[in-house]
Design a binder for this molecule. Structure first.
Ligand SMILES: [Zn+2]
Length: 257
């Protein structure tokens, strides 16, 4: 049984959806602390006996400390994310206002690349790029992938300073080696044609990388490349509120050449 829940954070005219998923009695991600009422209601109305996180970010682990205190159930995360979870977050202001800081909690480190629930056998695939500890969960038999924040959008030009375009490209390729058609994205929800969308994102990033490198090799600075390739500052771009910028995309590509 797969069930997704859409949570929506509304603030100052901005809407940001977050999806959490229940796979039988395992909750995949716990949503942001700022939406704790909705998350607690979902948890109280459904049997939840374990939690697995796609990565440590505050909008995916925000209710995990509450779960630790109230439910005493096993919670898991990739080994490279455990340390981050054992500390309270200290977010930059925009993210803190939107999602709220998360208190420390103590997940166990995943020690296998397979995770089984009653009806599903998930292949856990380490997919860094958005976050070092990022994983996706793939049920090849049922043909779907829980993509966390790996997909988000098919043609992103804007990224965070902590993201790596080279790693994102590698992780998309790695994920596409598995068999699935549908995806469940943590911010854009369910896509029946998810595989096609992920291929589209992969091709987009590869092309973007080529375009940036062509300009760089002509001797242009990162600022000039931004003006050439991204002339309009798209204020409405997904997550642009959060110090998310094409400059980070360009710098990541140039620094990883
Ligand atoms: Zn994230």
């Amino acid at each position: 049984m797969i069930k997704t829940f859409k949570l929506v954070r509304r603030i100052a005219g901005q809407r940001m959806p977050v999806y959490i998923t229940l796979a039988d009695d395992t909750l995949v991600d716990t949503g942001p602390c700022s939406l704790h009422r909705q998350v607690q209601t979902i948890i109280k109305e459904h049997p939840v006996n374990s939690v697995i996180h796609t990565h440590h970010h505050e909008d995916h682990t925000g209710n995990s400390p509450w779960i630790e205190k109230q439910l005493h159930i096993p919670q898991w995360i990739h080994s490279t994310g455990a340390e981050n979870c054992r500390k309270n977050t200290m977010l930059p202001p925009y993210r803190a206002v939107f999602w709220r800081n998360r208190k420390a909690f103590h997940p166990m480190e995943l020690d296998s690349d397979v995770f089984k629930t009653k009806e599903h056998e998930f292949k856990l695939v380490h997919t860094p790029g958005h976050a070092e500890d990022h994983i996706v969960l793939i049920d090849q038999e049922r043909g779907f992938c829980l993509t966390g924040d790996l997909y988000l959008y098919h043609s992103p030009t804007s990224h965070f300073s902590f993201e790596s375009i080279a790693q994102l490209i590698h992780s998309l390729k790695k994920t596409l080696n598995y068999s699935f058609e549908e995806i469940y994205c943590s911010h854009s929800g369910y896509h029946a044609n998810g595989r096609r969308l992920m291929e589209r994102k992969l091709n987009f990033l590869v092309q973007l990388k080529t375009s940036v490198m062509e300009e760089y090799q002509k001797g242009h600075t990162p600022q000039e490349i931004r003006k050439i390739l991204f002339p309009s500052n798209k204020m409405l771009q997904y997550m642009s509120l959060f110090q998310n910028s094409p400059m980070h995309t360009i710098n990541s590509i140039i620094n990883e050449k």
